[in-house]
Structures are given as C-alpha cells and as structure tokens.
Design a protein around this ligand. Structure first.
Ligand code: G6Q
Length: 546
C-alpha cells in the first residue's frame, strides 16, 4: 500500500480543532467529579486484552474525549499507517527503508515479502543459529581457547545495541542460568570496560560485539580494548575466534576485526537499533534465558502485534495509551511522562523507554518536510516503585507541573517474601488513588490540622495515571509490554506525521567529536577554529590532562 504523506497539517484538521474546543470543557473537571458522576467508571475505562489489564479511568477524559481522540487517529490515517508498517512499506521515509521489526516475532510460516524475499523465513534461520550457539554456551560445550568453559558473557554495544539487551537481561534475570555472569559495556569511558572486566578471567570470557553497522566509535573502541585484554593473557590471535562473536549487518568489518564469519549473527537494514532487542541483538538474552524462553518472549511481542493490528481503536491498548499521551502533551501542554514499574527486575525499563520514545518521536520536521507547529515527544523518565516515592513523587503530588504517569504492576511476584508483594502493590494502588483524588482542604481541616498548615497538607489531586496490571513478569509478558510501548510510540508518531524510525539528531555531535578528538590527542598545540567557548574548554582540558 502506498501512503500519501502530503497530508493536511495536523493543527488544521477538524478533529484537532474539536479537541481544542473540548479541552476547554474538560480542563476544569476534576477526577473526583468524573468518578462521582459514573460509579462504574473504574470498570468501564478498562481494556483487558492480550494479557494486559489497562485501567485508564484515572485520566482526565470522558467518553467524548476518547471518541474525539480516536477520530483524530482515523483522520490522520493511523489504520493505513499500521497496515503500511506491517506489510513492509517504506515508512522510514528519510532513510528509504521499511520498519519491519514486527517480522522479527512473526511465527514460522507467516510470510512477509520484502523485495521478493520472505523475511520471516530469514528471521527464523538466524533464530535457529542463535539457539544452537546459545545452547552450546549454556551447556558448556563452547570452550574458550585454553579449553575452559565460558563463565562470563560481556555484551559490547551502545544505544539500541545495548539498552534492549541490558534491560531484557535484568528483566528476565529470574529465568537466567545463574552460573553464567553477564556484563554490558557501552560507554567509551574506559571505566565502563575496566569495571566490567576487572574480576573476569579472559580464558572464561566470551564477548558479543553488537553493532549493526560495526563502525560505531564507542563499540569498536571497546571491542579493541576487549581484544587487547584477551590477548594480553591468551597471546595467540587465534584465541579471538573462541572469545568473540558478532551481531551485525556488516560482514566485511566483522571479518576485518578478526571474528570468524561463522560466528556472526545477522540482521537487516529494516530493523532499527531501538527496535532490535528481539533480533540477534538479543543474543545475550537468549544465552541468559535459553532459546525456549526467548521464543516465549517473541510470542508475547507477536500477541501484542496482532492486538495492535486487529483490535478496534477503542479496544486497542497501544492506540489508547498513545492517544492519552498525545492528549496531555498537545492539549494540556504536559512536558513529560513518567513510567513506574513496581518491579525491581524492570529497573532498566525506563531507560529503555527513553530511547524508544524520544529517539523515535523527538523530531520537529514532518514527513513532508514542514516544521511542526505542535509539540512532539514528551520527555520520558522513571524509576521502579516504590523507590521513586521517597524522592521525586513529592513533585508529582504537589508540584506545579502536570505529569501523566504509567504505573506497571504484577499480580504475582517471582520472589515471595512474607507479605512484601502485597505491600508493594498496596503502594502502587495508593499512589494512583492519591494522585487522582488528592485530599481536600475540608478533609485536612477535619483532621484538626492547624489553619496555617492546611494549604501545605492539601493535595489538589486530578493528576492522571494509567495502571497496567499483568499476571506475572515472564519472557512472554515482557514481550507484550515492550511491543505495547513500541506501538504506542508509533501511534503518536503517525499522528504527529513524523518519521519515528530515523535518528538524524544524533549525527552532528558524532561528526564534531571526531574532529575534536584529533585536537585533544595532538602532541602539538592545535589550531582551533570552534566558537570561543569550545576553544577555551579544549585549551583548559589540554592544560590539565596528563
Ligand atoms: C537506534 C539507533 C542507535 C544505534 C546505536 C548503535 O535506533 O540507531 O541507538 O543503535 O548508535 O549503532 P550500531 O548498532 O550500528 O553500533
């Protein structure tokens, strides 16, 4: 299907205008009132689908709001965009590529053709190769150069080649093979590599060099450091064959580095970095949890893909979540979104979402090259509950900003310990209740609080939240959650009419850093032609560096 990207500007659309007028009616309404008017609100503003229970009743919306938001999505051609994504249209317009990450989790037998090739069949060939390799490492058949069993796996990558793998490893740690140690090195700051390897033995260590391009400065620098570290002990260059594997699309550079091409796991240009944790980029995940668990994670992704692709918009979790975020972002002028997983295993989930959401939708040029006259991606941030409650939640409850939040909780814990899971979940429910309903002046006074203290003890409430409840954190439910956010990002990008799959914004700094690196390293005083601030900073650094 061909999509016509030259479309009516978003803010000129009838649905947008209707939402602007509607906002004026909704803004003064309090959630206390909305709940009082409709005793069943907490059961009606709910979607229970694909293994996820989404309660969005504590949002500042009515049925009319939801209808208008869905009209906007329809007017913006979201349905057609979804079809275009799933069928491999060139929706990554600025890079002239498809964005076919949904093919990574399509079950064997499903056919998705791109350029005359069935990409699903290719995906499964790689998955099978990963499974064989993972099993060899997990069972101890894959030996290091000196014949020792591999005990440590170090993933070297950055951005999309790091955030997904580390998040998934932490999330699925419960399911991991505990006699294997996993480390993740991303930063070009040598500290990252040194601290990750200081207690490891090269004879027992396997490096996975994860880089789609195999040209990324940080990753290649760390990969070379790893090779030196390895060869300092193992000496023979042949050892690299046993201690290094690659995940990449660039066979030539992988070979040049000295990695045996048989130990390269491929993926495709239609799979962007931040959408790749379920491709071979997830090799460390598969080694940690085994291929069955990895495939269960893919099932979760696929189930959410199918839900997103087929469910009507008013019953579609990623669509509803995307639209709600857009409602606050574009009509309430909310600047950020907070995500709180009440689960310690999901401690890296907010960091993962930061890349997914902000690298995808942090853009101000539309698909037809115009400058957007509306806000796009809000700032995403978060922490696991309950820790955040004891630091920044003060601002959520009584600050001057409106920050819509997602609370994610699980009905069953993986680590039962007395009544701790009930305490954890009690906190989740209490926070969303407090944020929505607050505490009125009258309620505070009725407690006998002195008059002067009453304003400080009053909670305005009316702070919107979504609550996502999942039965248990498993590989499958992790896949469901990640795909849910991927598609919610896509929903928003489609309405904002931007390319959610490019990342030109990271280029300029990279190019400038190359030039500056030469100036910092030069033995002679370099001729500097930056601005006066940058010139002075470079001179200061050179003066004090040893
Ligand atoms: C993600 C981005 C970016 C990328 C890294 C690493 O969508 O494209 O974060 O993943 O820059 O790139 P390589 O995998 O090519 O090293």
């Amino acid at each position: 299907m061909k999509i016509d990207f030259i479309i009516k500007p978003l803010t000129k659309r009838p649905a947008w205008k209707r939402l602007q007028a509607h906002y004026l009616q909704i803004h003064p309404l309090h959630l206390r009132q909305l709940f009082a008017d409709d005793p069943l609100r907490g059961e009606r503003f709910v979607i229970d689908a694909a293994g996820i229970y989404l309660d969005y009743s504590k949002n500042r919306v009515t049925e009319e709001t939801m209808g208008l938001l869905i009209n906007l999505a329809e007017e913006c051609g979201l349905r057609e965009r979804i079809t275009a994504m799933f069928t491999g249209d060139t929706i990554n317009v600025t890079e002239q590529r498809a964005a076919l990450h949904t093919a990574l989790r399509a079950p064997e037998g499903v056919r998705i053709m791109l350029g005359g090739v069935d990409v699903v069949a290719e995906v499964h060939l790689v998955l099978n190769k990963m499974a064989v390799f993972s099993e060899r490492v997990r069972s101890g058949q894959w030996l290091g150069y000196t014949g020792k069993r591999i005990a440590n796996i170090v993933n070297i990558g950055i951005g999309g080649s790091d955030l997904g793998p580390v998040m998934a490893y932490e999330a699925l740690r419960h399911y991991s093979q505990r006699d294997l140690t996993f480390r993740f090195v991303s930063n070009v700051d040598g500290t990252d590599f040194q601290e990750a390897t200081r207690d490891l033995d090269p004879e027992e260590t396997l490096f996975i060099i994860c880089s789609k391009t195999f040209t990324t400065l940080e990753t290649l620098t760390n990969a070379r450091a790893a090779r030196n570290w390895c060869l300092q002990k193992l000496v023979d260059k042949q050892a690299v064959y046993r201690h290094f594997v690659a995940v990449s699309t660039n066979a030539e550079e992988v070979t040049k580095f000295g990695i045996n091409i048989d130990n390269m796991f491929g993926f495709w240009d239609w799979d962007g970095g931040r959408y790749s944790m379920d491709s071979a980029i997830g090799l460390s995940t598969m080694i940690a949890v085994g291929s069955d668990n990895f495939r269960a994670m893919l099932e979760g992704f696929y189930e959410m893909d199918e839900h997103f692709r087929t469910a009507p918009f008013d019953r579609n979790i990623p669509v509803i979540m995307g639209l709600l975020k857009l409602w606050y972002n574009n009509f309430f002028d909310a600047q950020s979104v907070a995500v709180f997983p009440y689960n310690q295993y999901l401690k890296r989930f907010p960091a993962y979402l930061q890349q997914l959401t902000m690298e995808s939708n942090g853009k101000h040029i539309t698909l037809d090259g115009a400058c957007a006259d509306y806000q796009t991606a809000p700032i995403y941030w978060g922490e696991p509950g309950t820790n955040g409650q004891h630091s920044f939640f003060q601002l959520l409850h009584q600050g001057t900003r409106l920050i819509p939040c997602d609370f994610i909780g699980f009905c069953q814990t993986l680590n039962p310990l007395g009544d701790q899971h009930d305490l954890l979940m009690a906190n989740l429910f209490a926070q969303t209740e407090a944020l929505a309903f607050g505490k009125t002046e009258a309620e505070v006074k009725a407690e006998g609080i002195p008059e002067w203290l009453v304003p400080h003890r009053t909670f305005e409430g009316n702070r919107p939240t979504n609550t996502l409840l999942v039965e248990q954190l498993t590989p499958k439910t992790l896949g469901l959650l990640v795909a849910l956010y991927e598609h919610s990002v896509f929903t928003q990008g489609a309405i904002w009419n931007i390319d959610s799959f490019d990342q030109w914004g990271v280029e300029l700094g990279k190019v400038l850093a190359q030039k500056t690196a030469v100036e910092l390293k030069s033995a002679d005083e370099p001729q500097l032609d930056h601005d006066s601030s940058t010139n002075a900073l470079i001179r200061h650094y050179r003066r004090f560096k040893k």
